[in-house]
Design a protein around this ligand. Structure first.
Ligand code: MRU
Length: 349
């Protein structure tokens, strides 16, 4: 019997004059919401990872534009459309890799440029539409992705790609929710060092929704594959180049290499807003490097220490290691510059 699609977590809530952000830095111990009342506060929440995950970052930025527009309008209704550019720039600087951020800002800029009776309402409607459409896309991808893994008995995921990383339901974790609901699947999640998105967030989210899962150390993934307990690795994406190369959480590339070695199939699940048609290949994607303090034990931060850290937080998986890309527009098998063209919007669209 099909189980219910347990889905209770929402990372972002709009509340009349503020954006409530579920503070993911404090999970799983504490469930609190930050109240963001300005674009600067939204940019800080993205930079400091109170909200994270490519689609959720884009949605938060869209609401950040609404807050900026209201503030700039109050300052000067004549010049607000010019003044708001500074806020768009602040939001754009918050994190570099997830293209959903820039996609959402472009969408909001387009709404700003349209002559309407009530531009502030039009911006709020656009942000809400981005938010709702993301959840809807995730449900569609969940069903399509689950259909691909019907025969599998074990699924492995990386990072957090669930409700917390999106408007709701999740991309890769959405597929896993849908697949789990069909029954007969063991779910494995990597811890995802150094920020522990898997151990702290995916485990929390699945626990909230009563979906059983087994956490593994990142370095146990190859052994798990060798054991035959998983047939698919299912991950999300922060930016997909036009040829299908995929930037995602650090460690994704290693999982793809190990999956190919062990005959385990590899699926990327991402909405169309994650595809960057202007970037031809993965090498051109900017990879964010974060503060050493996220990696280095405090002992080595003390004066006199000669230990440094290199902390790239994403890597690029070549398209040749990806078996299936699932989007809300359709599925691409063996993504490549040619096969990706099936997804590409026509210039008029
Ligand atoms: O640094 P994070 O936590 O924002 O990284 C998140 C990821 O890499 C996710 O896999 C990706 O954004 C897809 S989320 C649906």
């Amino acid at each position: 019997m099909t189980k219910p699609l347990n889905d209770t977590v929402r990372p972002l809530r709009w509340n009349d004059d503020s954006l409530q952000v579920l503070d993911q830095r404090r999970l799983p111990e504490t469930l609190t919401y930050l109240i963001c009342r300005s674009a600067n506060e939204v940019a800080d929440a993205i930079r400091d990872m109170a909200v994270r995950g490519a689609p959720a970052i884009g949605i938060a930025a869209a609401y950040g534009v609404v807050l900026a527009a209201r503030a700039r309008w109050r300052q000067n209704p004549e010049t607000w459309r010019v003044a708001i550019e500074a806020d768009l720039a602040t939001l754009a600087r918050s994190r570099p890799t997830a293209v959903n951020l820039f996609w959402a800002l472009d969408r909001m800029r387009e709404i700003l440029s349209r002559p309407t009776q009530d531009p502030l309402q039009a911006l709020l409607d656009a942000a809400s539409a981005i938010h709702e459409a993301d959840i809807e896309a995730n449900r569609v991808m969940g069903a399509w992705g689950a259909a691909q893994v019907q025969d599998a008995t074990g699924l492995l995921t990386h990072c957090n790609t669930g409700s917390l990383a999106t408007g709701g339901y999740g991309t890769a974790l959405g597929v896993i929710r849908s697949a789990w609901a069909q029954g007969g699947k063991a779910i494995f999640a990597t811890e995802t060092r150094p920020w522990n998105q898997g151990a702290r967030l995916t485990a929390w989210e699945l626990n909230q929704d009563g979906i059983p899962a087994t956490l593994i150390a990142d370095l146990a993934a190859a052994l798990l594959m060798r054991s035959g307990k998983v047939q698919w690795v299912i991950v999300g994406a922060d930016r997909i180049a036009a040829n299908g190369d995929t930037a995602n959480k650090i460690g994704t590339y290693a999982l793809a290499v190990a999956a190919r070695q062990h005959g385990v199939r590899f699926m990327v699940v991402a909405p169309m807003s994650t595809i960057d048609w202007d970037t031809a290949v993965g090498e051109a994607i900017e990879i964010e490097e974060r503060d050493s303090r996220e990696l280095l034990p405090p002992t080595y931060l003390a004066p006199g220490s000669v230990i440094r850290a290199w902390n790239p937080v994403f890597d690029v998986t070549p398209a040749s290691l990806i078996d299936v890309l699932v989007t809300e527009r359709g599925i691409v098998r063996q993504p490549s510059i040619e096969s990706m063209r099936a997804l590409r919007p026509s210039p008029a669209a």
